[in-house]
Design a protein. Structure first.
Length: 195
């Protein structure tokens, strides 16, 4: 079984590619979703409250993710603290999860900051999903209601497509003018052929 990374900047269409792969029967591990689950672990939540204060939890003691995101994406030191708590949990969890699918030809981890956090060497193949900044902004504004400042704060924490492309095995262009599905099907076959 091969381990495949799927990365791309905010609004590039990683989740769209992940959904296509899932429909094709490829197990996909959405790292952001699992990282959010780690936020609710009692030890992590306690540490986050000690660092960021009670403002990051609601009246029921549940994590207020939007408040936490507002804090960390506007302060590089706070983002680094959050990353130091959460990211060491992601790769071991992925490896455990991947073991459940040992009979599959390959599994995929979808993660925006896969390369930025040094996970590149953990994968047999890495896919990049890229799109022009204007297209990505439009998608994020429509999807999340995010404003320009919030987009820029998050986007600035991710490497450019050019830097990522040099470290990836393929680049799926999701600019709205090129059909994405044929690209995904071709990459899927390329990965199958590696086995």
């Amino acid at each position: 079984m091969l381990k495949v990374g799927l990365t791309g900047s905010i609004g590039s269409g990683k989740s769209t590619v992940a959904a296509m792969l899932a429909v094709m029967g490829v197990p996909v591990y959405p790292a952001d979703d699992h990282a959010k689950r780690f936020l609710d672990a009692p030890a992590v939540r306690s540490k986050l409250i000690s660092v960021f204060g009670n403002q990051i939890v609601d009246n029921e003691g549940k994590m207020n993710r939007s408040q936490l995101a507002a804090l960390v994406f506007s302060d590089p030191e706070k983002l680094e603290l959050l990353n130091q708590l959460i990211h060491p949990m992601v790769m071991p969890d992925f490896c455990c999860w991947a073991g459940l699918y040992a009979s599959k030809p390959y599994v995929v981890m979808e993660a925006a900051v896969l390369l930025e956090h040094g996970y590149g060497d953990c994968f047999d193949y890495i896919m990049l999903v890229s799109a022009p900044e204007a297209v990505r902004k439009h998608r994020v504004f429509q999807r999340d209601g995010m404003n320009e400042k919030a987009f820029s704060q998050r986007d600035s924490k991710q490497w450019s497509d050019e830097v990522k492309a040099a470290l990836c095995d393929c680049n799926l262009v999701n600019d709205g003018s090129q059909a994405l599905l044929p690209q995904v099907l071709a990459v899927h076959q390329e990965i199958i052929d590696l086995i």
